[in-house]
Design a protein around this ligand. Structure first.
Ligand code: MN
Ligand code: MN
Length: 317
C-alpha cells in the first residue's frame, strides 16, 4: 500500500492565524497507523519543582508553529516529501496522579511505536521522558541518548518522591533503558546540591558537557564527536528548553543563566543527522511564563529541526 504524504496547510490556502491549531498545520490523525513520524503532546506539569505551567506547552507550541514552512532553507531537508507525518494529538494524562499518568503515557507510546511511527513529543515537564523511554526500550533495546538541559535530572528523589522532573534519567539508568556509554548530556550548569552532582552520570560512562565548555564556540565539532560516541544503535534526543539561555527561552519552570545560544541548540539537533534517531522530545515550555510566545516559537522550530534529521528524510540538491 502506497503511503499517504501529508503537507502542512499552506499560508495561501488559509491564513496562518486561522483554522484549528495542529503542529505545523498538519492534519490531525489520532491513529498513528500509516505514519512514519508524528507530533504528539503530553500536557503534563505535576512533576515540576518550581514554576508550573508546562501542561499548556503542547497547545502553545502548536499555536506558534503556524508560521513554519515545509522546506529547511539551511539544510535543504524536505521532510514532508518522503515521510508521512501528522499530529496525533495529546496523551490524556491523569493530572491528579503522577503514577497513573506514567502508565497512561507508556501505553500511548506503545501504540505509536507498534505502528512503526517515530514520535516527536511536545512536553510537558521532563518527567514524561521516563514512560516514553520505558516504551522505547521494549521496542528497541537500550538506547543511546543526546540530552540537552541545564540540569542532569539524575536526582534520586525529590521530596522523597522517586518520580519527578529532576529524577527521570536516574530511573532510566536503574531500569536499564539506556546504554550508558552512548549517552551525552549537554548544557549542564548553574548551582547544585553538592559540587559533584554531575559526576554520577560521568561514572556511568555518560559524556557530560557543561555549558562553560560550549560558551563562545560552534558546537559542530562537539557533535562530530558525539555522533562517534552514540552511533551503532538506536538514539533518543531529549531537549529540555532550559538548556538554552533564558534570553532566548525565558518561558520555563527552572531557568538558569548563561546557557546555550539558539544557534548552538540548532547545531546540536542538526548534528544528530545520520544517527538512528528513534524518537525526540522538546520539554519544559511553560506558556504562563512566556507572554510573548517566543519560547514556544523556539520550541516549535526546534521540533521541526528534529523532524528534519530523522532517518529517511529527503534532502534536495
Ligand atoms: Mn530536564
Ligand atoms: Mn532543566
Amino acid at each position: 500500500m502506497a503511503k499517504t504524504l501529508h503537507q502542512p496547510l499552506g499560508g495561501n490556502q488559509m491564513p496562518r492565524f486561522g483554522g484549528p491549531a495542529t503542529m505545523m498545520r498538519l492534519p490531525a490523525k489520532p491513529n498513528p497507523k500509516g505514519l512514519d513520524a508524528c507530533f504528539i503532546g503530553v500536557p503534563f506539569d505535576i512533576g515540576t519543582s518550581n514554576r508550573a505551567g508546562t501542561r499548556h506547552g503542547p497547545r502553545q507550541i502548536r499555536a506558534e508553529s503556524c508560521l513554519i514552512r515545509p522546506y529547511n532553507m539551511a539544510t535543504r531537508a524536505a521532510p514532508f516529501d518522503s515521510l508521512s507525518v501528522a499530529d496525533v494529538g495529546d496523551v490524556a494524562i491523569n493530572t491528579y496522579s503522577i503514577a497513573k499518568s506514567m502508565t497512561i503515557i507508556e501505553r500511548a507510546y506503545d501504540r505509536v511505536l507498534k505502528a512503526n511511527c517515530v514520535p516527536l513529543t511536545m512536553g510537558g515537564d521532563h518527567t514524561i521522558v521516563l514512560p516514553i523511554l520505558r516504551a522505547m526500550r521494549k521496542k528497541h533495546g537500550p538506547l543511546g541518548l543526546v540530552h540537552v538541559d541545564a540540569h542532569a535530572d539524575i536526582n534520586d528523589t525529590m521530596f522523597g518522591e522517586r518520580i519527578a522532573h529532576g529524577t527521570p534519567f536516574r530511573r532510566c539508568v536503574e531500569e536499564g533503558l539506556l546504554d550508558g556509554k552512548r549517552c551525552v548530556q549537554i548544557g549542564l550548569r548553574a548551582t547544585g546540591y553538592a559540587a559533584d552532582d554531575f559526576d554520577w552520570s560521568r561514572q556511568l560512562g555518560f559524556r557530560v558537557v557543561q555549558a562553560e565548555e560550549c560558551w563562545h564556540r560552534s558546537l559542530a565539532p562537539l557533535m562530530a564527536d558525539v555522533r562517534e560516541q552514540v552511533k551503532g544503535g538506536p538514539v533518543y534526543l531529549s531537549f529540555d528548553i532550559d538548556g538554552l539561555d533564558p534570553s532566548c527561552a525565558p518561558g520555563t519552570g527552572t531557568p538558569e543563566i548563561a546557557g546555550l545560544t539558539l544557534p548552538q541548540g540548532i547545531e546540536v539537533i542538526r548534528g544528530c543527522r545520520g544517527l538512528n534517531l528513534v524518537g525526540c522530545d522538546l520539554v519544559e515550555v511553560s506558556p504562563p511564563y512566556d507572554p510573548s510566545g517566543n519560547t514556544a516559537l523556539v520550541a516549535a522550530n526546534l521540533l521541526y529541526e528534529m523532524l528534519c534529521v530523522l532517518p529517511g528524510v529527503a534532502y534536495r540538491a
